[in-house]
Design a protein around this ligand. Structure first.
Ligand code: PEP
Length: 255
């Protein structure tokens, strides 16, 4: 399958930014700018913004995602959100295994896998984040790190379920630092991820998976990054909070 046949996805990851009122304002500003996008457009927003975001994007081509979900259907998990709570209000995507969850909140490949399985079972589309630390890259173990994350995070995910999985390659050293991976570095690892998926599933299944790049992607570098064969869009942090910048990235992915 060639790149043109895969679905390019530009997803904003708002992190812990924007109140519900601000979310509505930002989405109202983004919507007309991306109305003719030739790629999927998603905003992944804080939990309390979800209802407002879904309301604000009714009748637009913007889909809404959450920034995490728990694996249990309900129970004594203070501070967590279940998949059912998300699907009931119309959430379609969920970011899982973001490096900030792994670094600051003890997320492991095992919990990322549990969340991924639960999300898929509930009909949510997980955006599973993988990426190496700077030190791991310097020690030349990027491929080992990524192979391990892909294998563990997708453990027991069936080929049928894989059709609803999006992978985001996010080198940790590039997130929120202003240091973008070069387009060649991004392509190299995204191609490696696809090769790993081909080993774990098969080539056809791997060819159909959307693999995004994330890490200081912005309106200035998106064109080159998304032009690469195995880079099918981006997961955007900082630049997704500015309507014009986010729209410019969507435009780059629509070419
Ligand atoms: C992210 O949070 O997933 C991200 C890529 O952030 P930024 O674009 O700000 O580096």
């Amino acid at each position: 399958m060639d790149k043109a046949k895969r679905k390019a996805i530009i997803a904003g990851n708002w992190k812990m930014n924007k109140t519900p009122k601000e979310a509505t304002e930002l989405l109202n500003a983004i919507a007309p700018l991306v109305a003719d996008a030739d790629c999927e457009v998603i905003a992944c927003v804080p939990y309390v913004d979800l209802a407002a975001a879904i309301e604000a994007t009714k009748g637009t081509n913007i889909k809404i995602g959450a920034e995490n979900c728990h694996w249990a259907a309900s129970g004594a998990f203070t501070g967590e959100i279940s998949t059912g709570m998300l699907t009931e209000i119309g959430v379609e995507y969920v970011v899982l295994g973001h490096s900030e969850r792994r670094q600051y909140f003890g997320e492991t490949d095992e919990t990322v896998n549990k969340r991924t399985k639960a999300a898929l079972a509930a009909g949510l589309k997980p955006i599973v984040c993988v990426g190496e630390l700077l030190w791991e890259r310097e020690c030349n173990i990027t491929e080992e790190v990524i192979a391990r994350q892909i294998k563990l995070d997708l453990w027991d995910v069936t080929e049928e379920e894989l059709k609803n999985v999006v992978i985001a390659y996010e080198p940790v050293w590039a997130i929120g630092t202003g240091k973008t991976a070069t387009a060649d570095q991004a392509e190299e690892v995204c191609a490696f991820i696809r090769a790993q998926l081909a080993k774990l599933y098969n080539q056809d299944a791997a060819d159909a998976v959307t693999i995004q790049y994330g890490g200081s992607m912005n309106d200035g570098n998106a064109d080159e990054l998304v032009s690469k064969t195995n880079v099918d869009g981006g997961l955007i942090g900082g630049a997704s909070l500015v309507a014009e910048k986010f729209a410019a990235i969507v435009k780059a992915a629509s070419k």
